[in-house]
Ligand binder design. Structure first.
Ligand code: SF4
Ligand code: SF4
Length: 147
């Protein structure tokens, strides 16, 4: 990977390895969400996809994620129009909006744990989906967590 590539090249010019490295590992995008049908606004819940390894905040079946979880979105540059539903802290969204990566991003800190230490990852509060949950009961509205 090129030195500080995220500061020098737009998303469109990243190699596939650099593209993957942009992900901060927060797993916020793996939380279940509800969409307001009228406004299109997306609301996050504290329930995470059952395929998530919550301790690692990584997908337990990354190669097959789109097969096993049909609504799991594989982020690509062509899908930038979908970035609006991503968490406000998502690195792809930040770079797409011309913003810098924050200090807790592992690329910046040089430490994979910084995403957890800063409380950005979902490790400390999320629960894995068991099936049958009423997601409305787990909406994080008013929780103070800025997703
Ligand atoms: S929200 Fe963005 S940065 Fe965080 S895990 Fe998902 S894709 Fe990666
Ligand atoms: S399939 Fe994997 S990447 Fe997709 S939402 Fe579930 S845990 Fe996240």
């Amino acid at each position: 990977m090129r030195d500080h590539f995220w500061e020098h090249y737009p998303l469109a010019e990243l190699t596939s390895e650099e593209w993957e490295a942009i992900c901060d590992g927060c797993a916020r995008c793996c939380l279940q969400k509800l969409e307001d049908e009228d406004s299109g606004e997306v609301f996050y819940t504290s329930i995470a996809c059952s395929l998530l390894d919550l301790e690692q905040c990584s997908c337990s079946d990354y190669p097959n994620r789109n097969i096993n979880v049909p609504n799991c979105v594989h982020l690509t540059l062509e899908k930038t129009a979908e970035f609006h539903w991503l968490p406000l802290t998502c690195s792809y969204r930040l770079l797409h909006e011309g913003k810098p990566l924050p200090g807790w991003h592992p690329l910046v800190s040089g430490n994979r744990e910084s995403i957890h230490d800063a409380g950005i990852s979902i490790r400390s509060f999320a629960m894995l989906e068991q099936g049958g949950e009423d997601l409305e009961e787990y909406l994080m509205l008013g929780s103070g967590l800025r997703i």
